[in-house]
Design a protein around this ligand. Structure first.
Ligand code: FMN
Length: 281
């Protein structure tokens, strides 16, 4: 693979499969970096390089944030505290499903955080009534997700790898207690980050065709039904290449939508959020 063109065509092919790859992308190095993303679940046994965390946080803080309110925080856990987080979450997932928490030198916990705003409002002697509403919770969660994605892109740009960890919500209540979270805050997800192990690489995972996710002017109902067969081929080829069981994407979607086992404790989330101060009106 020696030319930019060949390398980029290969990335596109891996992302969409041969048939569905768009042909008119406006390539540059930054776009190539984004399209070449893959989650990393195997890390070298080494600490984060000096300045990596600060670089990721600066990138995170450079993401857009609703009304500049910056209603998110990160708790970076390492060493014994990371072990405690692992031990809390491990029983909620099938055996062997989260070794990456142990392998990564740091796990970042991304917090949707209304606690600062709440305290600032109360310090003026007023009730932060807006925080009772679902929209405030959503705003903080969106801010946390955008910040995390910026940090993720920065991590990849300096040669690190990461995987997001929704499993953190499996034991949301206990995790909040473990890291001393204040009320009006909540761990949306985690992120294991470290130096990828080149001996255990991962690859770009195929995505559904653009024609399924991109609608012009009006939503085209059930358009996935005509566009998915080609995707399943690419999806199965990816699973085969990386030694995963032969399951179609629609099988995975079906299980995630119909099996309560998939919730793994997250069915208690509303109650936990209520205890943490979120009324979600
Ligand atoms: C919010 C969020 C939570 C995730 N949680 C987990 C997780 O708990 N465990 C895991 O192995 N991967 C997790 N992932 C990673 C996804 O499985 C992964 O992004 C997806 O399969 C696509 O693969 P790619 O990131 O390599 O393109 C999560 C991703 C997101 C966005």
């Amino acid at each position: 693979m020696n030319s930019d063109f060949d390398r980029r065509q290969n990335i596109l092919k891996q992302r969409y499969g041969a048939q569905a790859a768009p042909e008119n992308l406006m390539w540059n190095d930054h776009v190539e970096h984004l399209l070449n993303h893959r989650s990393v679940r195997a890390f070298l046994d080494e600490p984060l390089p000096d300045g990596a965390l600060e670089t990721m946080v600066a990138a995170a803080q450079s993401a857009s944030t609703s009304s500049a309110l910056q209603q998110w925080s990160i708790v970076a856990v390492s060493g014994e505290q990371k072990q405690r987080v692992h031990d809390l979450i491990a029983p909620t997932v099938p055996a062997g499903r989260i070794p990456w928490i142990n392998e990564a030198p740091v796990v970042l916990l991304w917090v949707a955080d209304l606690s600062r705003s709440n305290a600032i409002a109360k310090a003026q002697g007023t009730e932060p009534v807006v925080h009772d509403y679902l929209d405030a919770f959503l705003m903080a969660s969106i801010d946390a997700a955008l910040a995390a994605q910026n940090a993720a892109v920065a991590a990849e740009a300096v040669g690190l790898g990461f995987v997001f960890l929704g499993v953190m919500r499996n034991a949301a209540k206990e995790l909040a207690a473990l890291i001393d979270l204040p009320k009006y805050s909540f761990v949306t997800f985690g992120m294991a980050v470290g130096r990828p192990d080149p001996k255990r690489p991962s690859g770009p995972r195929p995505r559904i065709p653009q024609s399924v996710v991109l609608h012009h002017d009006h939503y085209v109902h059930r358009n996935h039904e005509t566009h998915l067969p080609g995707y399943e081929e690419a999806y199965l080829a990816f699973r085969d290449m990386w030694g995963m069981d032969a399951k179609t994407w629609q099988d995975a979607v079906h299980t995630s939508a119909t099996s309560m086992k998939y919730m793994k404790g997250r069915e208690k989330l509303r109650a936990t959020l209520a205890e943490r101060g979120f009324r979600l009106l």
